[in-house]
Design a protein around this ligand. Structure first.
Ligand code: ZN
Length: 369
């Protein structure tokens, strides 16, 4: 129970801090924080680069060359074609601007020289050759694009974070690399075979050029586009213990039909998703195309199949609610038609429809050989 506390006498109310004053103070702290973050990013990246060179030449900074034990390195001198640790030395550094999510920093990239006087080309793992932006920022830009954020908005978001504006063409290049990355992902074997695979069709609207041109509101000539419905047949991996879901593979199709589902299932099988690698259960929406495809693609003995409970409940809801724009009275006949024949005897509740839907997968479960 709350107790009312008596206000102490003689205590004055606090002076209100003005909004502008507070904002100015916060901006000052933010700037200090950003400077501090930039310093940390620069220090950590430079330390990682220095550690790489130390590992390469086999001795710490200011340690004499003779101290190092002679060993062949991965680096090769461009002059003498040798790469022994005892021939290599630290040859200063050059500056490079590096763009990361938290900050844009200027880092010193170490150079390596050889006692013959030539420079030694070293491929560092911390920064790729000619890399100006780090992988984290590229991944982030692709994620934002995946969430349908426009290139112009991605530019704003990234610039707000680290203070540097990226060229739209750079961002566009990163986003277009997604197709290649996705293709590489889908060619590789599935390293983490989930115990449960969930199959579902996701309908999307895609804009495709009609081949004609039109003039937009600002008077610019633009390619005319029309909307086209496409479906992505998606296989999700599910961890039943943690509840984690992730995308395993997908197939673009124009309908949720048997050929589409079959190509997705065949690729999953090719990539190593089988019962002997850990798959135990397939959850699906019970569409006829998928059912037919599952009859032709076999993931191994003992595979269980289950209809997705969510889809069953949604189908019942749609049948009971009627079509869009229909009132409850008008939709009643349809409701009765869809649900009525599931009722047994004088039982007035539509609930008995559920066990029938749920019983379907049991009857369709594949026989064990
Ligand atoms: Zn040399």
């Amino acid at each position: 129970m709350s107790r009312r506390v008596a206000r102490r006498r003689g205590q004055r109310k606090l002076q209100r801090v003005g909004r502008a004053e507070r904002r100015a103070a916060q901006a000052e702290v933010e700037a200090a924080l950003q400077a501090e973050i930039s310093g940390v990013v620069q220090r950590v990246v430079e330390q990682a680069l220095a550690d790489e060179v130390t590992a390469l030449v086999g001795r710490g900074r200011y340690e004499r060359r003779r101290v190092a034990t002679p060993a062949r390195t991965a680096a090769v001198c461009s002059g003498c074609q040798l790469g022994w640790t005892t021939r290599l030395w630290r040859a200063g550094s050059y500056g490079r601007t590096l763009l990361t999510i938290p900050a844009a920093v200027r880092v010193r990239v170490p150079r390596v020289g050889c006692i013959c006087g030539s420079t030694v080309r070293v491929e560092l793992t911390t920064i790729a050759p000619y890399e100006r932006s780090w992988g984290d920022i590229q991944t982030w830009a692709r994620e934002l694009s995946g969430l349908c954020v426009s290139l112009a908005d991605i530019r704003e978001i990234v610039a707000r974070e680290n203070g540097r504006t990226l060229a739209r063409s750079t961002l566009n290049g990163w986003v277009h690399q997604v197709a290649d990355l996705a293709e590489a992902l889908r060619r590789a074997p599935v390293t983490r075979v989930p115990p449960v695979v969930m199959l579902d069709g996701v309908w999307l609207t895609q804009l495709e050029p009609t081949g004609e041109e039109r003039t937009d509101a600002l008077g610019r000539r633009r390619a005319a586009k029309r909307r086209r419905k496409i479906v992505l047949l998606v296989a999700y991996g599910v961890d039943p213990v943690s509840g984690e879901h992730w995308v395993l593979d997908w197939h673009r199709a124009t309908a949720e039909d048997e050929p589409g589902w079959r190509s997705l299932l065949e690729r999953l099988l090719q990539r190593g998703v089988r019962t002997d690698t850990g798959l135990t259960l397939l959850v699906h929406d019970g569409s006829s195309g998928l059912d037919a495809a599952l009859e032709t693609v076999h993931f191994g003995p003992g595979l269980l199949r289950q209809r997705c409970l969510f889809h069953v409940l949604r189908n019942i809801r749609d049948a009971a609610r009627g079509g869009p724009g229909m009132d409850r009275a008008a939709s009643a006949p349809r409701c009765q038609r869809d649900l009525g024949h599931h009722r047994s005897g004088r039982d007035p509740a539509p609930a008995p429809a559920l066990p029938r839907h749920l019983a379907r997968p049991r009857a369709r479960r594949r026989r064990r050989p």
